[in-house]
Design a protein around this ligand. Structure first.
Ligand code: NAD
Ligand code: ZN
Length: 357
């Protein structure tokens, strides 16, 4: 048996208000005459957070348009613009949700690698390190802050640039930045973490490393979405650590059925990751009975709307596309259902599941 040897995030700072240390943290990473680029989620345009960004010299704020989830074309364009305008940069600091953090990772990598980001969608295809990169989440749940991937929709597939060069050099975990996110968004992204935990803990790839992180993350999600009556600062604190631990849990294991099916939705219909996972989880009693029961309780308790009927009226061809994307996620199915997963999840069964969504 060969065990995977993980590259992790190099530096982590956690705490309310730790964003204020950013200037000091990145100071040693600045290179003479080369700017730091702050890639900021477009939600913060015109918001007070911008005044707290430690701009120096010719540093720039670039807004990340995350109306849609990141695309390879968007990454290539951003990287090319920086190269054309500035030559090279000291680093990229991504401030936002999972989409902005993934964009920041991808753009940093493309500052050091030739061609298109689409060339690197896959495993260990990235050849050179990019520029320095830091991730600062403003939503909690995806685990993108700790993962070794950045999920991109490319010309032929939705797949990340998975590599040892992909993890951030630094992450700044300041729960204050997630305060006041809209309830539905907070829930969808938070549930990404909850679902990561269920899929990891119920999966066949589980080992003690993944279990330790997964159990802790699950407990934190339950504290926030099951036990708490009113959202408070402690919820933001806990959910940020849940996201971190949930991300660490899947580093050694894998996600499962909800993610495999949700990828099909997102590829065809552009359904966003968090909400897509929720739409699927709602119908997975057969695979995760206890998790789905609790998920439904959390939906009700937090008064969240989960869309239904999103596959109504799709053509056979469209169903085929979703089935192809979904069934192609082999490690996810193997983790969820075991080595003989193909016997348990047939195309017919998957079609029936898509039709329910
Ligand atoms: P997101 O980044 O797509 O953002 C969702 C919305 O919330 C956007 O409109 C954004 O502008 C807004 N937003 C961000 N912060 C906010 C705040 N503090 N207050 C109010 N609004 C705010 O959402 P997400 O769920 O964090 O990320 C989903 C993305 O993460 C997907 O693209 C998915 O593929 C990716 N993802 C990556 C990994 C990984 O390991 N790299 C893992 C899971 C998901
Ligand atoms: Zn996810």
């Amino acid at each position: 048996m060969k065990f995977r040897n993980f590259k992790m995030v190099d530096y982590v700072v956690y705490g309310r208000g730790c964003f204020n240390q950013l200037d000091e943290i990145i100071a040693p990473r600045r290179k003479e005459g080369k700017p730091m680029i702050f890639l900021v989620d477009h939600f913060f345009e015109g918001k007070a957070l911008l005044n707290r960004i430690p701009l120096r010299g010719n540093d720039k704020i670039v807004f990340a348009d995350v109306t849609y989830e990141p695309k390879t074309t968007q990454v290539d364009k951003l990287a090319q613009q920086l190269k054309d305008e500035l030559g090279t940069v000291s680093g990229i600091i991504g401030i936002g949700g999972g989409s902005t953090m993934d964009l920041a990772k991808a753009v940093s990598l493309m500052m050091g690698n030739p061609g298109s980001s689409a060339d690197y969608q896959g495993w260990d295809l990235v050849k050179f390190p990019g520029v320095y990169k830091a991730g600062i989440p403003t939503l909690s749940g995806t685990g993108a802050e700790v993962s070794r991937t950045c999920v991109l929709t490319g010309p032929t597939r939705k797949l990340g640039m998975n590599s040892d060069f992909t993890p951030f050099d630094q992450i700044v975990l300041d729960p204050e930045l997630t305060a006041n996110a809209p309830i539905n968004q907070r829930f969808y992204t938070g549930m990404d973490c909850y679902i990561h935990c269920i899929e990891s803990l119920e999966g066949t790839y589980l080992n003690e490393f993944s279990k330790s992180y997964g159990e802790k993350a699950l407990e934190l999600c339950q504290d926030v979405f099951v036990k708490k009556q009113v959202w408070d600062d402690e919820c933001d604190d806990k959910l940020m650590m849940a996201s971190y631990a949930g991300g660490m849990s899947i580093a050694y294991s894998q996600v499962g059925v909800a993610h495999a099916v949700s990828y099909g939705l997102s590829y065809l219909l552009g359904t966003k990751h968090g909400i897509g996972n929720c739409i699927v989880m709602n119908h997975l009693e057969e695979y995760y009975p206890a998790g789905v029961k609790e998920f439904k309780y959390m939906v009700e308790k937090n008064q969240i709307d989960i869309p239904t009927g999103i596959c109504k009226g799709l053509t056979d061809e469209q169903f085929e596309t979703m089935i192809n994307v979904s069934i192609g996620m082999k490690p996810l199915w193997e983790n969820a259902l075991g080595k003989d997963w193909e016997k348990r999840m047939t195309r017919e069964k998957l079609r029936a599941l898509f039709e329910k969504l």
